[in-house]
Design a protein around this ligand. Structure first.
Ligand SMILES: Nc1ncnc2c1ncn2[C@@H]1O[C@H](COP(=O)(O)OP(=O)(O)OP(=O)(O)O)[C@@H](O)[C@H]1O
Ligand SMILES: [Mg+2]
Length: 398
């Protein structure tokens, strides 16, 4: 946790952004940027040091006064946020020439890399728990009147315990402002200006709701759609529409313009959706139904995040394996113990070793004893930390 001193006065260069929690300008000696982690069209994210702690520094590319307006709008918005399911801004430097956001560093990559580079396959309980944490974060954002507008796995960061944190508020906006933009620039004129189109056809195509592809205004329900596409990707481990990708023989669906147009047309008019998770993969039918409701073509038929949280909470409680040991029931209370033991044992490596051992050992053998002895460290917050351990537990109790 980065502890920061708040300077006096704590404002941005223009004086419009303020915060009681985080500094909005920093002495240049307090931070240094190390290696770049990701380069986007509008910003670069670096691994960085801030007062000796590891952080992620996001430097937006600000070339016009409009970009600067956007920076201040975004900073004011992010300063309002405080939720465990959202990436935590720990400081900002909101003065020229080095406008920078400093975030808590999340060690376990973004969900897209985790799924597709590391080929991570979370146990159903774990996946539901991630879906629930994110739904809570989005319920919170929507409660503040904010639409995220860019929900996708690469904007979901995982911490060392693989808890999710939604990030990239570069397109987030207050709903009231989105209405205004739309009314002025879109509906009244009948067609968008070039600039408007560029700024507002936002998000990544395969995660975009049909109404957005039809150039309508983003609402909470467009976030619900993108969430559903992303959560189905989490459950299946499959990048949306890769079946079509194989057909087109392109590296990405978007690589060939005609495929992109075809895809939009199919999503919008024919209700094309990614291949959905199946009950055979261990997911309850109610979860699959929920995803289908969330990507319904009609935004009004999609549930709100409040409802999604209710459904997933019930499911999460049902799915949760409840191992008990002589130390008592494992759960939230296991957290302290995990922290105590983490110094001595690398649980990630242990999980991998366990998987290998499992193939060789008999169910009442050494592995079982090891697992029971260490259950408080392997299982906490209502779930197993690693899929290997989850599988092992299921085998042992079956
Ligand atoms: N706090 C963080 N901790 C660790 N890695 C991060 C963090 N923030 C971002 N990253 C990495 O950088 C990538 C890009 O971050 P982010 O989505 O915020 O920027 P972007 O997509 O380039 O933004 P924009 O679309 O505004 O240009 C993430 O997918 C993740 O891999
Ligand atoms: Mg991003």
């Amino acid at each position: 946790m980065v502890e920061m001193q708040i300077p006096e006065p704590n404002t941005c260069f223009r004086g419009c952004c303020t915060s009681e929690k985080i500094p909005l300008h920093l002495p240049s000696s307090s931070f240094s940027l190390l290696a770049p982690i990701a380069r986007g069209s509008e910003s670069t994210v670096y691994e960085a040091q801030l007062n000796g702690e590891r952080v992620a520094a996001k430097k937006p590319i600000l070339s016009t006064s409009e970009d600067l307006d956007k920076f201040h709008y975004q900073l004011q918005l992010i300063c309002q946020l405080e939720h465990p399911g959202l990436a935590e801004l720990v400081a900002a430097h909101a003065r020229p020439p080095n406008y920078t956001y400093f975030y808590q560093f999340y060690e376990s990559r973004n969900l897209a890399d985790k799924l597709h580079v590391e080929e991570w396959a979370p146990a159903p309980e774990f996946a539901v728990s991630i879906a629930l944490d994110l739904a809570k974060a989005l319920e919170y954002l929507h409660g503040l009147g904010i639409i995220h507008r860019d929900i996708k796995p690469s904007n979901i960061l995982l911490d060392k315990d693989l808890h999710p944190h939604l990030t990239d508020f570069g397109l987030a906006a207050y709903k009231k402002d989105l209405k205004k933009v739309s009314a002025e620039n879109w509906k009244s004129s009948g067609k968008p200006t070039g600039g408007f189109h560029k700024k507002n056809m936002v998000g990544t195509l395969i995660y975009m709701a049909p109404e957005i592809l039809k150039k309508d205004v983003h609402t909470e329900k467009s976030d619900v759609y993108s969430y559903a596409i992303s959560m189905n990707e989490l459950l299946t481990g499959v990048v949306p529409y890769t079946d079509l990708r194989a057909e087109a023989q392109a590296h990405t669906v978007l690589e060939m313009t005609y495929t992109e147009q075809q895809l939009i047309a199919k999503v919008v008019s024919e209700g094309l959706r990614p291949v959905i998770a199946t009950p055979e993969s261990g997911y309850p039918a109610s979860l699959i139904t929920l995803i289908e409701r969330c990507w319904n073509p009609d935004p009004l038929s999609r549930p709100s995040f409040q409802e999604i949280v209710e459904v997933l909470s019930v499911l999460h409680n049902k799915l949760k394996p409840i191992p008990t040991t002589k130390h008592g029931k494992s759960g939230e209370s296991g957290t302290m113990k995990v922290n105590q033991y983490q110094e001595d044992v690398d649980w990630y490596k242990q999980g991998e070793k366990l998987g290998k051992k499992l193939e060789m050992q008999d169910r009442n053998g050494e592995v079982f004893t090891w697992l029971i002895r260490h259950i408080d460290q392997l299982y906490h917050g209502g779930r197993f930390l690693h899929v290997g351990e989850e599988r092992l537990w299921r085998m042992l109790i079956s």
